[in-house]
Design a protein around this ligand. Structure first.
Ligand SMILES: [Zn+2]
Length: 71
């Protein structure tokens, strides 16, 4: 089984280690690159593709789109 390396979203480096979890239980990662300015990040945002806010906007648009009255 080959695990895909985790890329740092800031510097795209792969020297990334797990770094505990956030208060709401999300996996936190730590970029070990000394040139990286951000260092810690949470990967689940990119996994999800969209943030809850964007999902809400999309569903709102879908509702509005089907709400056009037929003349
Ligand atoms: Zn980095």
């Amino acid at each position: 089984m080959i695990l895909e390396p985790i890329h740092c979203p800031n510097c795209d480096g792969i020297e990334v280690i797990k770094h505990g979890t956030t208060a709401d239980g999300k996996q936190r990662y730590f970029c070990q690159s000394s040139e990286c300015s951000r260092r810690t990040f949470i990967l689940q945002y990119t996994y999800a593709g969209y943030s809850p806010e964007v999902k809400q906007q999309i569903s709102n648009m879908a509702i509005n789109g089907s709400d056009i009255p037929n003349p």
